[in-house]
Design a protein around this ligand. Structure first.
Ligand code: GTP
Ligand code: MG
Length: 184
C-alpha cells in the first residue's frame, strides 16, 4: 500500500515506522526485516521514497517506510511535500507504537535528525535510534565511532541498534523488538 496523503491511510491495529535522512537505508532495512527483497523500493539515488509505504506484516500490523528528509530532489512541489508527509503521518496515527530514526554511521546525526529527535521528545513519542551501514566502518574503528555517535546524542551505546542492512548484522535484535511491539 502506498499513499501520499497521511489522511487517506486506513487504521492499523499496531504499527512501527522508520524516519531518517534520505539515503540512510530505511527501505533497505525494511526489506531485510521483511526477508523479501525488493519489497521496499531501494535505489542508489537518494530521495527515492516519496510516499508512505505500508508493509502489512500480518493483517492490520504494519511497518511504515516514510520519505527521507534532508535531500531536495525532484520538483518544487515534491520538495514542499516531504515535511508535511512525515509530520502529517506522525500526528495522525493512533496505534503508532514506536518511531525508529535511522542514521548513517558515517554521516552521524545531522541537524535534521536532532530536530526530529527533539520533536519526538517534545510530543512524547516513543522512539529508538538505529545506526545503519556499520559495514562501512572498519572493525577496529567501530567502537570509537559508536562512542562518538552515542556521545553526540547523549545516550548510551547500548541504547542504539547498530546495524548493517546490507550484511544483515544486528537486524535480529531489532526484529525481535518489532515482533513484540506489533504482537505478531
Ligand atoms: N554499505 C551499506 N549500504 C547500505 C546499507 N543499507 C542501505 N545501503 C545503501 O544505501 C542506499 C540508500 O538506501 P535506501 O534504503 O534507499 O535509503 P532510504 O533511507 O530508504 O532513502 P530514501 O528513500 O531516499 O529516504 C542504497 O544504495 C543502499 O544499497 C548498509 O547497511 N550498508
Ligand atoms: Mg526509502
Amino acid at each position: 500500500m502506498t499513499e501520499t496523503d497521511p489522511q487517506n491511510l486506513g487504521e492499523s491495529d499496531a504499527e512501527v515506522s522508520f524516519v531518517g535522512r534520505s539515503n540512510a537505508g530505511k527501505s533497505t532495512l525494511i526489506n531485510m526485516l521483511c526477508e523479501k527483497t525488493k519489497m521496499a523500493y531501494v535505489s542508489q539515488v537518494p530521495g527515492k521514497t516519496r510516499t508512505i509505504n505500508v508493509y502489512e506484516v500480518r493483517p492490520y500490523r504494519w511497518m511504515v517506510d516514510l520519505p527521507g528528509y534532508g535531500y531536495a530532489v525532484g520538483s518544487k512541489s515534491e520538495k514542499a511535500q516531504l515535511g508535511p508527509i512525515i509530520e502529517g503521518y506522525l500526528t495522525s496515527r493512533e496505534n503508532l507504537r514506536i518511531v525508529f530514526i535511522v542514521l548513517d554511521v558515517v554521516a552521524g546525526p545531522t541537524k535534521l535528525d536532532v530536530f526530529m529527535i527533539n520533536w519526538l521528545i517534545h510530543y512524547e513519542y516513543p522512539f529508538r535510534i538505529i545506526v545503519n551501514k556499520i559495514d562501512k566502518v572498519g572493525p577496529t574503528k567501530l567502537d570509537v565511532r559508536k562512542r562518538e555517535i552515542a556521545g553526540q546524542l547523549v545516550i548510551g551505546v547500548s541504547d542504539i541498534f547498530w546495524i548493517s542492512s546490507k550484511n544483515n548484522i544486528g537486524v535480529e535484535a531489532l526484529r525481535k523488538m518489532i515482533v513484540g511491539l506489533l504482537g505478531v
